[in-house]
Write a protein that binds this ligand. Sequence first.
Ligand SMILES: C[S@@+](CC[C@H](N)C(=O)[O-])C[C@H]1O[C@@H](n2cnc3c(N)ncnc32)[C@H](O)[C@@H]1O
Length: 265
Amino acid sequence: MTEPTSRPTRQEETAAQFSEHAAGFASAAAHFSAESLKLIGELASVAHYKLAIDVATGPGFTAFEVAPYCDLVIATDPAEGMLEQVRRIAKERGLDNVEALAAYADALPVDDAAADLITCRTAPHHFPSVTDFLDEVARAVKPGGTFILADTSAPEDDDLDAWMNDMEQRRDRTHVRDLKHSEWRALLAEAGFNQNFEATTHVHMNVRDWSARTGVSDTDLEAIIDTWRNAPEPVIEAFQINRAEGPREDYSFSWPVFVTRTTKT
Ligand SMILES: C[S@@+](CC[C@H](N)C(=O)[O-])C[C@H]1O[C@@H](n2cnc3c(N)ncnc32)[C@H](O)[C@@H]1O
């Protein structure tokens, strides 16, 4: 008799989807040339850190950005395909202080208070529990240590928030929720982080490229394009939606990104 195989958890399904599309993420300009990446480098550059951890590192761009200011960066992600990209790109860039390790955001592979710096960019909106993630960062970082966070964020207006999160879920079944800035501020304070910097950057994308990175089917893509075509005026304005050049109907847009640097109390 064969052993019954247990169903993968939602976290495992998310990691499997990212593993499958890892190469696409590694070559996506929206990921490696985003304003938030440069800003994280600037925010980190004010100090030198013995041990840094980049949570949900994807192909490792944030880990590489802070690596010049660290003795060692542990780039963590549950998707093995992403960790392969980290190792490949680190080698290409000649970075020997970046180590790739498999881990979920709520189970980082270090002792309590081990890290001087923790970073996480463009990922918490995939986590099943942002509270568990923040509690884990609070455990792993030293008191007085630095936590730099950047994530796609929803506007404070409830209708815009609903439009954006609905679109995100239709394009990517691993999407959980883009939080509002007010929600982030409250959660960070609750987990024991004092904010010393906050900004909004933007990530600029085209709908077709963005959807290709998550393997949206042709039928779903046409329905998604239809929703962008019929977006109401406040949505067009909030997300800077424009008809994109090209042979096929497409739209350019930009999502807001919440960026903050905090200190652990
Ligand atoms: C958009 S990519 C991250 C990009 C990357 N941080 C950067 O700066 O370019 C999102 C990543 O989150 C990871 N991820 C999804 N769910 C996760 C979880 N529960 N714990 C840790 N990582 C997770 C995925 O495997 C994926 O690599």
